[in-house]
Ligand binder design. Structure first.
Ligand code: SF4
Ligand code: SF4
Length: 539
């Protein structure tokens, strides 16, 4: 995703040979360097995905029973994808970041197809996160509008379409373009990666500096010998370079890293590590990948906000007011259009307005001067770039980059990412409640993947009791409030770091801009806490 990071040229001396290390058997890097990792896990995940598609294919409900979404929690396609996988992912992403991408079967198919495909470059105009943002929005709106999560056949069709799209795109374009520019879930995961304390990076920069091959980026070729009964044949095997076009030793935030472990296998010096970094550091390490990332932040905010806002009646009326107004005044807006407008207002319109108002206020605050200042903030920030001693071309790029971040969208792109801890906390709270409510269905789904027998046993002949929540709600509801409060505190704390990293410490856009967006964090967190209170503390 985003811009490429290319290797800096190596110095003349070769890397020291003693850079090889003997690793203990439990070291995850040992696994990462093996060819079968993560292919074996991906193959298992692909098998599960195909099984889910098969179990949901053509199954809309239970014959003769007119209950909408009858199989929602008993069929493995709907339960497995929307409840078990998606909710667990949302819960774990703030901790593990892109680790899911390591085993994702869709990304694997995209990668394999790309190795044998036409290897065309992805159009330059689309090398950003805009499509990903719209696809995440489209998936959310589509899932709600057509209740995709209720029907196994529709879920199976969605999964099959995604898998097929990944393969077809791989056959045409090089690199994992589906993962980098299109996967809607990947877009969300990429945002969470900034919060997660997991990263891939080089263990010893000096070794990388001397490394001539830069095989982590460009790939490598090894010769193998196949011997049979004393006779043998030698052949070369080419291992492709980084599918995300990242140079790991210099990829500061690694938000675009797909954690595919290809660089581990390619590095001749075993110089890559898979380790921990300070939580939240990805929010301000390195620059924003792309201003289009802001669209993903807006959509993710809408997803979390509207899901919670529906539990507070008065807020829901306000949020859906534009749709109600349109339905009352525009005769051609039917029931489907009304529902679509409500979703559009909740998932996109209000979050976008919220961020644009904050951005406008931040810009106003940054550009308002009460006393005359000798040197502008922009000059101060550019001076910082000068001090780094980078060349003229890069300095121009940096100047242009900074100017773009003083527009409305620029403020949004800069400070929007600092809302991620709050969003992660609130979404995790929502997922925790849902998982707690529905995880009891898992043994039933595994015993009867189609789910018809279990549905009939529970709802028609009543020989099976629907599973209860795993733990009583009273035990975890305070935990959900704590998750939002901790997320908000992290967002407030990160805001200043993000502003300083982008605009320069002490500059007006950094100080005043951060202040305005901090007020936004407090307001959004308060609304989310009130929604959770209405939802979980009734009665
Ligand atoms: S990570 Fe390995 S292959 Fe890449 S530059 Fe460093 S030493 Fe070379
Ligand atoms: S794990 Fe390595 S090869 Fe794979 S995307 Fe990340 S940096 Fe690139």
């Amino acid at each position: 995703m985003g811009k490429r990071s290319t290797p800096t040229p190596s110095t003349a001396e070769p890397a020291p040979v003693d850079a090889h290390k003997a690793r203990p058997w439990w070291d995850p890097v040992r696994f990462a360097r093996r060819s079968v990792f993560p292919a074996l896990l991906q193959a298992v995940a692909l098998g599960v995905l195909l099984f889910m598609i098969g179990a949901g294919w053509g199954l809309h409900g239970v014959e003769g029973i007119a209950v909408e979404g009858a199989l929602m929690y008993t069929n493995i396609a709907t339960f497995g994808f929307w409840v078990f996988w998606f909710m667990a992912l949302v819960l774990l992403l703030p901790l593990v970041g892109r680790l899911w991408c390591t085993v994702c079967p869709v990304g694997w198919c995209n990668d394999l197809a790309a190795r044998w495909g036409l290897a065309r470059p992805w159009p330059r105009q689309l090398q950003n996160l805009v499509l990903m943002g719209f696809l995440l929005l489209g998936l959310t709106l589509g899932a709600e509008q057509f209740s995709l999560n209720r029907y196994p056949d529709q879920t199976a069709l969605l999964l099959a379409t995604v898998l097929l799209a990944a393969i077809l795109l791989g056959l045409v374009f090089r690199g994992r373009v589906f993962c980098r520019y299109l996967c809607p879930v990947g877009g969300m995961i990429g945002l969470y990666t900034r919060v997660a304390p997991v990263e891939i990076g080089s263990a010893n920069q000096e070794v990388c500096r001397r490394c001539e091959s830069k095989a982590c980026y460009f790939g490598s070729t090894k010769r193998y010998r196949l011997g049979i009964a004393g006779r043998g044949v030698e052949f070369p095997l080419r291992r492709p370079g980084c599918p995300a076009f990242i140079y790991p030793p210099e990829a500061a935030a690694n938000a675009a890293c797909l954690m595919c472990t290809q660089c581990f296998k390619n590095c001749p010096y075993d110089n890559l590590r898979w380790g921990a970094r300070r939580p939240l550091a990805g929010l301000w390490l390195g620059r924003m990948r792309d201003r289009s990332e802001a669209l993903l932040v807006v959509v993710l905010t809408g997803i979390v906000f509207y899901r919670l806002a529906r539990f507070w009646g008065a807020l829901r009326i306000v949020v859906e007011w534009p749709a109600t107004f349109a339905a009352l005044h525009l005769p051609f807006v039917g029931p489907a259009g009304f529902k679509g407008l409500k979703l559009f207002a909740g998932f996109l319109l209000w979050p976008l307005l919220f961020y644009l108002v904050l951005a406008a206020l931040a810009r106003l605050a940054s550009e308002t001067r009460l006393t005359e200042v000798a040197a502008g903030d922009q000059a101060a920030a550019v001076a910082a770039f000068d001090a780094e001693g980078i060349d003229e071309q890069r300095r121009d790029e940096a100047r242009r980059w900074l100017l773009k971040r003083q527009t409305l969208w620029g403020y949004l792109a800069t400070y929007g990412v600092a809302f991620l801890p709050l969003l992660a906390g609130a979404y995790a709270a929502f997922s925790l409640i849902k998982l707690n409510e529905k995880l009891g269905y898992l043994p039933l789904v595994l015993a009867d993947p189609a789910g018809i027998r279990n549905y009939l046993a529970m709802s028609q002949i009543h020989v099976l009791t629907p599973p209860d929540s795993l733990v009583p709600l009273g035990w975890i509801r305070w935990g959900t409030l704590a998750a939002v409060a901790i997320g908000a505190a992290c967002s407030l704390w990160s805001m200043g770091r993000v502003g300083a990293a982008v605009y320069g410490a002490g500059s007006r856009p950094a100080t005043r801009g951060a202040l305005v967006f901090r007020a936004g964090v407090v307001a959004l967190a308060a609304v989310m806490l009130l929604c959770l209170r209405r939802w979980l503390f009734r009665g």
